[in-house]
Design a protein around this ligand. Structure first.
Ligand code: NAD
Length: 447
């Protein structure tokens, strides 16, 4: 299955399992407000396309903000209360669509920012979906599989009257995966009428294949990220063979990006996660590293690498940097330190506007999240269509459609940016916003 170009032999740099730098986690920028930052991108794009004031007013707030509190029985027989969110930003182009996050730092504001980013992402790619996002505030690493199943099922039950296959369609995000989507789907199916059951499979996407998921969905966000890197390289006459990548976050997006890049001869030299960062200038085998993460839950202690600090990670010599962890990780300090030539935003909202300005000044290309990480929502749309039509598409068909979609949108953003002398982020937001503006212009605002 793997066609990974074998990196130069991994040297065993690890000195001890306790060698993770103490400073690995304490230096990320103090987190700002993602919702305000996304709004500032929208405002810039709105000025550019002369968005009518009343449309800006509508788009400035999500349509619905749902907060639920629900009890769950723990394995030891005690009960705990959990807080869950679902924000539905806009649905003028189609049903609300966006991930469900399981993380201890989930907040309403974070969901608002991520939900609105989903609106612009779907619109940019001309996918007939709107924008939504949700999550449950807890640390999944502190719970057993059975507890996570019960949390997922109770959350689904609490949200059931607010989501639906033609209304709001969740998907995986940080801390969730195909198994969690299968539990979400199964719970939802059992709540609705028995005759409708099977028609309800598409209430979520990113499901495991056995539960009606699409071939190609699990790797889709990483695959889309790589398509954008390839397009950027083509435009800049930058031969990717023999080049290096550093990836922050080695979960779904980070690990698939690394594996797919390795097939193009790009070697992963550093990565990191919530526990710490690792480096091997000779290259890390992303498949073996993914197995290590599956076994241990983290990249740290991988024996073919040496631990480095978060600061060292961002200052590393490398050609490509892929943030694929959480939002707001690249601030002014990181922007000054980064040596990569291009940053491909696999994560949602990883870069502060102040950092954008510094990177721009330093001639480092930034490929924005709503362009780069849209492979996920694109193949989620394909999964939804397959469920609706009771079809199963071949993997080649899914991947072929994804490649054409990513390349088309990349070219659109690039041409729009070059013609108007804009950065790619502003161009991407402007294209999405314009599509939404046209829908409002045709339909008007009821009543
Ligand atoms: P994941 O849970 O599979 O992986 C997240 C990774 O980030 C893990 O390696 C985790 O340890 C790491 N991480 C968490 N906190 C960190 C910290 N403080 N410092 C460094 N690393 C940290 O999640 P994912 O699905 O890969 O999502 C990653 C990013 O990509 C998120 O921003 C998500 O919104 C975005 N995204 C995901 C998809 C998708 O299809 N999964 C689609 C579009 C965008």
């Amino acid at each position: 299955m793997s066609k990974e170009k074998a990196p130069a032999p991994e040297k065993d740099h690890a000195s001890s399992s306790a060698a993770v730098s103490d400073s690995a986690q304490d230096q990320s920028p103090a987190k700002g407000n993602l919702n305000e930052i996304v709004s500032s991108h929208v405002e810039r794009a709105a000025r550019l396309i002369h968005l009518p004031e009343e449309i800006a007013l509508i788009l400035g707030q999500p349509k619905n903000e749902i907060i639920v509190n629900f009890p769950v029985k723990m394995d030891n027989g005690t009960y705990k209360m959990f807080k869950g969110y679902r924000v539905q930003h806009n649905n003028i182009l189609g049903p609300y669509k966006g991930g469900i996050r399981f993380h201890q730092d989930v907040t309403l504001d974070e969901c608002k920012g991520l939900a609105s980013a989903m609106t612009w992402k779907s619109a940019l790619h001309d996918i007939p979906f709107g924008g939504g996002k949700g999550g449950v505030k807890f640390d999944p690493t502190q719970h057993s599989k059975t507890e996570i199943e019960r949390i997922t099922r109770r959350f689904t039950h609490a949200l059931a009257s607010s989501v639906g296959p033609e209304y709001d369609i969740p998907a995986p995000d940080v801390g969730t995966n195909g198994q969690i989507m299968a539990w979400f789907m199964d719970t939802y199916m059992n709540i609705v009428g028995a005759l409708d059951k099977n028609a309800m499979r598409r209430v979520v996407t990113g499901k495991s294949i056995n539960s009606g998921g699409s071939l190609g969905r699990e790797a889709a966000t990483g695959q889309g990220t790589v398509h954008c890197i390839v397009e950027w390289a083509r435009d800049h006459r930058f031969d990717l063979t023999g080049k290096t990548v550093a990836i922050q976050g080695f979960g779904n997006v980070g690990s698939f990006t690394a594996k797919i890049l390795s097939k193009l001869g790009v070697s992963l030299v550093a990565t990191g996660d919530y526990k710490g960062y690792i480096h091997n200038p000779e290259g890390l085998n992303s498949h073996k590293l993914a197995e290590h993460v599956k076994r241990t839950g983290s990249v740290v202690d991988y024996k073919h690498a040496k631990p480095i600090s978060r600061d060292e990670f961002f200052a590393l010599e490398c050609d490509i940097l892929v943030p694929a962890a959480l939002e707001l990780e690249i601030g002014e300090k990181e922007a000054r330190a980064i040596k990569a030539k291009v940053i491909a935003e696999g994560a949602n909202g990883p870069t502060y506007p102040e950092a954008d300005a510094i990177l721009n000044e330093r001639g480092i290309s930034v490929l924005p999240d709503i362009l780069v990480n849209s492979g996920g929502v694109t193949v989620s749309y394909y999964e939804w269509l397959q469920n609706k039509r009771s079809e199963r598409w071949e993997e080649e068909e899914v991947l072929g459609r994804l490649e054409r979609a990513m390349k088309r949108t990349y070219a659109h953003v690039r041409d729009f940016a070059y013609e108007r002398k804009l950065d790619f982020r502003t161009a991407a937001y402007a294209i999405g916003l314009e599509r939404i503006q046209k829908a409002y212009a045709d339909r008007g605002i009821w009543p």
